[in-house]
Design a protein around this ligand. Structure first.
Ligand SMILES: [Zn+2]
Length: 68
């Protein structure tokens, strides 16, 4: 993840995740529901990012074009 995504992750950790089968609590990283390991390429599940007020999601196409 880039610095912006890490900042998004810090913000996401202030809220619990409501993604089914993830249910990360405040301060816990979201997990990949298939592998049960922490997400590596996303700051958190979309629902959690929205709950935490993260303004643009890390999988936004603008990030893909930025190439970092
Ligand atoms: Zn989650």
């Amino acid at each position: 993840m880039n610095a912006e995504q890490l900042a998004d992750q810090d913000q996401a950790l202030t809220k619990p995740c409501r993604e089914p089968r993830c249910n990360a609590q405040i301060g816990e990283l979201c997990i990949n529901v298939h592998t049960e390991k922490p997400l590596k390429h996303q700051a958190g599940h979309l629902v959690r990012l929205r709950d935490a007020g993260v303004e643009h999601a890390p999988w936004d196409v603008r990030d893909l074009r930025r190439g970092d």
